[in-house]
Design a protein around this ligand. Structure first.
Ligand code: ADP
Ligand code: MG
Length: 224
């Protein structure tokens, strides 16, 4: 489903080049649950942004299903992102003035789905937040905000969910609840790639990729 070969990303900032990814290769099969770990600055978010079609690599190839992502223009990239990928961030990235339901509905508004309200309600119910549909982000706890963000990520039934430190702003008990939701979504068939610092995630993920200085230093499947 995902095939990454020799992917690199060089950022240029004030004439200075930063090699954030220095050639990473791996494959992810449909239905896998992969955890990505590694110290701050090792390139985890850069990799997630490339996998999520939020950015393009400097070199190397990224295949998503049958598509070579480098051949897509920005409209096509947005389309792939919207249809196939759900993204969950550490900082939730919710619209503060919109309710939980409106935040969840957002991806559907881009593709003009007619029954977006009821689909958004279904997604909120899936993360146990049906009773909070009218609440705005400032009326929700951190864990609830992240559950809204997960509802928004799954509302289009994406094949892949990418989560970049989704438990980073949560206490460990709440983080565990969020991981359980991801784990359930994975058991239901969603391919999941999750960046985390939490050792506890190894309990859920069947495969852990460790990164350092823009490279993959280990990639190991775990016995379940
Ligand atoms: P991680 O998520 O593992 O902490 P990142 O992928 O965010 O690492 O960053 C990898 C390296 O790339 C770091 O040295 C960081 O400073 C640099 N970097 C990340 N984003 C940018 C950017 N937009 N412009 C310039 N440098 C960046
Ligand atoms: Mg990061």
């Amino acid at each position: 489903m995902i095939e990454v070969e020799n992917l690199s990303k060089i950022y240029e900032l004030d004439g200075q080049k930063v090699a954030a990814l220095k050639g990473v290769s791996f494959r992810v099969k449909k239905g896998e649950f992969v955890a990505i770990m590694g110290p701050s600055g090792s390139g985890k978010s850069t990799l997630m942004n490339l996998l999520g079609c939020l950015d393009l690599p400097s070199s190397g190839t990224y295949r998503l299903g049958d598509i070579d992502v480098r051949t897509l223009n920005s409209d096509q990239l947005a389309e792939v992102r919207n249809r196939q990928i759900g993204f969950v961030f550490q900082s939730f990235n919710l619209l503060n003035r919109s309710s939980a339901l409106e935040n969840t509905e957002l991806p559907l508004l881009y593709n003009g789905t007619s029954d977006s309200k009821s689909l958004a309600r279904d997604a909120l119910a899936k993360v146990g937040l049906a009773a909070r549909a009218k609440h705005k982000p400032n009326e929700l706890s951190g864990g609830e905000k992240q559950r809204v963000a997960i509802a928004r990520a799954i509302v289009n039934h994406p094949a892949i969910i990418l989560a970049d430190e989704p438990t980073g702003n949560l206490d460990s008990k709440t983080g565990e609840e969020i991981l359980k939701i991801f784990s359930r979504l994975n058991r239901e068939g969603t391919t999941l790639i999750l960046v985390t610092h939490e050792q506890a995630v190894a309990q859920y993920a069947r495969r852990v990729i460790h990164m350092r200085d823009g490279l993959i230093v280990s990639d190991s499947a775990r016995e379940m």
